[in-house]
Ligand binder design. Sequence first.
Ligand code: FAD
Ligand code: NAD
Length: 466
Amino acid sequence: MNSYDVAVIGSGPGGYVAAIRCAQLGMKTTIIEKYATLGGTCLNVGCIPSKALLDSSHHYEDAVKHFEEHGIDIPGDIKVNLEKMIARKQSVVDQTVGGIDFLMNKNKIDVYRGVGSFKDATHITITGEETIDIEAKNTIIATGSKPSNLPFINLDKDRIITSTEALKLKEIPKHLIVIGGGVIGLELGQVYRRLGSEVTVIEYMDRIIPTMDAGLSKELNKVLKKAKFNIAVSHKVKSVERKGDEIIVKADNKKGEEIEFKGDYCLVSVGRKPYTDGLNADAAGVKITDRGQIEVNDHLQTTAKNIYAIGDVVKGAMLAHKAEEEGVFVAETIAGQKPHIDYNLIPGVVYTWPEVASVGKTEEQLKEAGVEYKAGSFPMRALGRSRASMDLDGFVKILADKKTDEILGVHMIGARAADMIAEAVVAMEFRASAEDVSRMSHAHPTFTEAIKEAALAATDDRSLHM
Ligand code: FAD
Ligand code: NAD
């Protein structure tokens, strides 16, 4: 029987990064994945394919709507070739998952394909083409998550679909009904809106992206409405029915009136749930909470002391970079180091256009905690860079402690906000004040000048270009 210092179950961004860090630290490491390709949700049916389709559909929209104003004339009709677009997305996925095979090989990590199931706390049975038992001194569970559903919805995966099917549709929906105005619903909703679908987003809460700063929700709502999204907030979906090719969704609005929505596809994007099927966690003494998550302590150690869990299968934000940080954290913990993660500084991004990005506390959280703060905002449209590229929507908002000026939260919506948020993470990691950031030189012309201007506004209301 093969014996390892560390076995990692699941090869998503949590699992494969944990395996690499374990191998770097000199531990004999293996990774177990039940699917044919490595990379988990993120690389196969999540982050990477969704961004590939967002990029393709963005190019299409630019060609149809904006090339002309840039002085680019394209003779004839501009058409979408959906089959080709989906095939390009798949080739991006194939190259990316191939890269993980390369990394496993490079780091001398044994890869087993099959379902990993605990026999006890130090033995795992892998059931794939053949059944193999291995021994592991330590195990890292990184089994990720699957889409959630509402109890009354029959996901037929043909017209009533999850994100996985939405990434490989064979036709552009005439009318896509999206249940859930969170990250997946808005990103994939925008893909199909750009390609010509009518898109209706039905959200239970009173605003889209309800966990982010309310200012961001408001601005994104405005931009999406301009792009002719139908958005129904404060609507509680109560039934989804398919009649032939028609999907009928019924929801109660705020006043308790029943509203009916009819479309030809329905994307259910109401969150994701931790995945532990087939793991046989009990046999190892690993406890699963009432919410289906693996219970962990501050060291991400489960109720079995040689078994750790990371990523979507444990508490916290379901984000690839959070899973990666936890993978490194656990590898270093097993190696006897004392790593640290500041969960407050894990940024959140929505890859719509304009992009939405956030780190730290929202205004709502600061108010609720009774923290005295000051806010400085700067609109993207006041930047030369924004006018040059015609990306005028959005703003940067910096929240700083009223007395000390320390930055407590940064919230932005605008072109390339997904990349710009890194500056805010660095500043907050080093506990910068708004004045510190306002005194740093930002290249001109760039979108990042909005960060400097917002910092000036937060420091003492002295933006230079407003
Ligand atoms: P996963 O990536 O889910 O990987 C778990 C792996 O474990 C899977 O491959 C699974 O097959 C395997 N597995 C499960 N059980 C077993 C078993 N018993 N034996 C063997 N293998 C097993 N996050 C971002 O940060 N940015 C984004 O832009 C982003 N976009 C997304 C878009 C979509 C459409 C979706 C669905 C998600 C997106 N996410 C994004 C979320 C991100 O994909 C997850 O947070 C991330 O993949 C979690 O990583 P993980 O390693 O915990 O689990
Ligand atoms: P989400 O939690 O972002 O959004 C789900 C939305 O559905 C919420 O706004 C919620 O209020 C709403 N909702 C719940 N029940 C409802 C109901 N009955 N009727 C109407 N609305 C309802 O979840 P998601 O968009 O499904 O994404 C799942 C996970 O994947 C998220 O945790 C997210 O972090 C991750 N993800 C991240 C990215 C990214 O980082 N860019 C992209 C996609 C997915």
